[in-house]
Design a protein around this ligand. Sequence first.
Ligand code: KG4
Ligand code: ZN
Length: 335
Amino acid sequence: MGEIVLAIETSCDETSVAVVRDKKILGLSISSQIDIHREFGGVVPEIASRKHIEAILPVMDDAMEQADISFKDIDLVAATQGPGLIGALLVGISAAKSLAIALDIPIVAVNHMKGHIAANYIENDLEPPYVALVVSGGHTYLIEVLSYTEMKLRGRTRDDAAGEAYDKIGRRMGLPYPGGPVIDRLAKNGKDIYNFPRVIMDGYDFSFSGLKTAVINKIHEFEQRGEDFSKEDMATSFQEAVVDVLVEKTFQLIDESKLDKVAISGGVSANSRLQERMKEVGKEKGVQIFFPSPIYSTDNAAMIGVEGLLKYKAEGGSDLSFRAMPNLGLGDYEK
Ligand code: KG4
Ligand code: ZN
């Protein structure tokens, strides 16, 4: 039958609990705080922690009800250890530790970014090795995934994450938070007319802050002249630049590594243009492209459960004294 994992994710602004058996999702509940943070134009850490405390038990009940099991059926508890907001992480970790103690079962500390990568195992027959591009609100990683538990980090952003650039530009354009999905929608009806810079660095690192500044300066110029501009064209011009860089670097690593699969994940992997371009170039080069359904691409506990079980099977459980690690990197677990 396989082990049943109860997984908890509270690293940012989604409180989520999942009940997972291997790759099968028996229950998944997500309570998003986005509407609350929208008023402030971004996530307010203190509010996030309080809202996690309010939501964690109802969300857990919901996931358990969907799974239709009782607490004694659970074999393992998984919780996001980091990276994320310290106060937010602590809510999920405390709930997970309490459960592990009460039920006398093992606990496993999960790296949120590895969770995003594992989201691709839920619906796809994806097996390592492959190239993973993880693009979220806080991180941009290009990785060679060698096995289910070993990965080589090849590139990361030197400044803004891809999603962060989307959100900051969205805010400057007066769009609701988070800007990513709104820009994605606007860009469908615009033209790439501004020719914003594509910053292609040596190696596999990324830099998006120059692009972000170029877009913000362009908006500023229009405002100074008292002229209107097409939000659609601005969105398309920005998005084409981001997607060009992400696609170029990913396939550069495909060429170097001779791998033939790419799995994208993280919130920005829901971007329709990124998916479209990845599939186009993938088809040209004979490379298979994977990405999760939208529910598994943004923050959710199902991916934490799947990654938690993989880690548990490879390394065993974590010590109950494990701490929240807001800046946890890749391959940097604290046991
Ligand atoms: O992975 P995620 O839910 O949270 C983090 O761990 O950061 O990612 C959230 C990010 C936000 O920056 C949001 O704007 C972006 O994902 N995002 C998108 C789209 N949907 C979500 N960016 C571009 N296009 C989208 N369709
Ligand atoms: Zn995330």
